[in-house]
Design a protein around this ligand. Structure first.
Ligand code: XLS
Ligand code: NI
Ligand code: NI
Length: 438
């Protein structure tokens, strides 16, 4: 059964096209900087936002009624979603998907039954993957939705919840392996706190590290070779999430000697919520050698929560792709649209229009970023800005050959040479020129 009969495969028609159901900038096989666009961008569909989100918000009910949700039986519904999802990805030319255990199969009475149903759905997904060649970018576990996670999962004060979390993640890693997942993501759902009046942060953080170490050990034991990723987020659902931003996750990983096993999954709007830019988070991950993957979405600058909108700001995607290219591009990671249509965009074809908007915005960003790098626009400026470290006393500083006494002797004799302008406005106008001219 086809769910999107009216819509054919979305093709590249170029910037002049007026066809809403065509790509204007994303041309999957076009080579940019030595690589096909599809291999640079590695677009991925989020199962939860695309196939299970029904438009609810804290003030309102379902606004989205999908044909694949019509079956009475929840297992049949889960299977219908698999077929709809693969038809959608094929028509969108999307090569990857990401999922939580709870998105693909409905939770049952107990763990054993839930796992049995998961296996049943996973085998349907596996068949569709074999038929289409579409792959799994990452899997993860929803350890935040169910009421048992009210006080957290690995950071719950209740040890039996810790145990259940471990069991649930064990299964989620197994099914991710069965689906050939290239990464496994840990987003700290309710790992955080509401008030310090009832919270032992020291034990909670130790326990979070214990759970991650167990995951590392288990992945190794079963031969899961996917990259483990942590997705930072500063707040929501808890007031203070432990995995606040890349820098705090790094200091946590370093404290518990876990750094070698994890990289970052950077989400654009989580960066904004932490009062950082998307580019800042990507840059912090890159310079610390932990750049992994990206959750591509955007927030609303007026709203202080995770609105998960499709990205349409070319400045943001240009600067993001600039960092991705500087990091050497994606290896196991990709651009996962952790984004959902607005609850008012409830038609099925809105899903296509939303993904086209997001994919074209990143494709355009890639095009601009690769030209900026090709022309060394900022790189040349930066090289010149720091050139005092290439010779003389600067070279001795970075070479570790001088200490306070030598530097005092130098300062007494030479004083300080004049500073050069940072030229910020000029650089911003150059960026505009590159974005607007082609
Ligand atoms: C929530 C997160 C979540 C993760 C996967 O804000 O973005 O969707 O990506 O659990
Ligand atoms: Ni996310
Ligand atoms: Ni998010």
């Amino acid at each position: 059964m086809a769910y999107f009969e009216q819509i054919g495969t979305v093709q590249y028609e170029g910037p002049g096209s007026k066809n809403a159901f065509a790509f204007k900038y994303y041309n999957p096989n076009e080579i940019i900087a030595g690589k096909a666009m599809k291999d640079h961008l590695r677009f991925s569909m989020s199962w939860w936002h695309t196939f299970t989100f029904r438009g609810t918000d804290p003030f309102g009910d379902v606004t989205i009624f999908r044909p694949w949700d019509e079956a009475e039986d929840d297992i049949e519904r889960a299977k219908a979603r698999v077929h709809a999802a693969f038809e959608f990805m094929e028509k969108m030319q999307i090569g990857y998907f990401c999922f939580h255990d709870a998105d693909i199969a409905p939770r049952q009475q107990n763990l054993l039954e839930t796992n049995r149903v998961l296996d049943e759905i996973v085998s349907v997904i596996r068949q569709e993957m074999d038929r289409t060649g579409i792959r799994c970018l990452w899997g993860t576990s929803n350890c935040f939705g169910d009421h048992k996670f009210v006080h957290g999962a690995a950071t719950s004060p209740n040890a039996s919840v810790f145990a259940y979390t471990a069991a649930q993640i064990k299964k989620a890693i197994e099914i991710t392996q069965t689906l050939g997942g290239e990464n496994y993501v840990f987003w700290g759902g309710r790992e955080g706190y509401e008030t310090l009046l009832n919270t032992d942060t020291s034990l909670e953080l130790d326990n979070l590290a214990r759970l991650l170490q167990m995951a590392v050990d288990y992945a190794k034991k079963i031969g899961f070779t996917g990259q483990l990723l942590i997705e930072p987020k500063p707040k929501e659902p808890t007031k203070h999430q432990y995995d606040f931003d890349t820098a705090s996750v790094l200091s946590f990983l370093r404290k518990y000697q876990l750094e070698p096993y994890f990289k970052m999954n950077i989400e654009a709007n989580h960066a904004t919520l932490a009062a950082h830019t998307f580019q800042h988070e990507l840059n912090t991950a890159r310079v610390n050698g932990v750049f992994g993957s990206v959750d591509a979405n955007t927030g609303d600058p007026m709203l202080g929560w995770d609105t998960d909108q499709f990205p349409t700001n070319v400045y943001d995607t240009t600067l993001a792709m600039y960092e991705v290219l500087l990091a050497g591009g994606f290896t196991s990671g990709g651009l996962n649209f952790d984004a959902r249509v607005r609850r008012g965009s409830f038609q099925e074809d809105d899903l296509f229009l939303a993904y086209i908007a997001g994919m074209d915005t990143f494709a355009k960003g890639l095009r601009v970023a690769s030209r900026l790098l090709e022309d060394s626009v900022f790189e040349r400026f930066k090289a010149k800005r720091y050139e005092s470290y290439n010779e003389g006393i600067g070279k001795d500083i970075v070479g570790g050959r001088v200490g306070f006494s030598e530097l005092e002797a130098y300062a007494l004799i030479h004083g300080v040479t004049s500073n050069a302008s940072g030229r910020q406005e000029y650089l911003e106008s150059l960026l505009n020129q590159y974005i607007l001219e082609g």
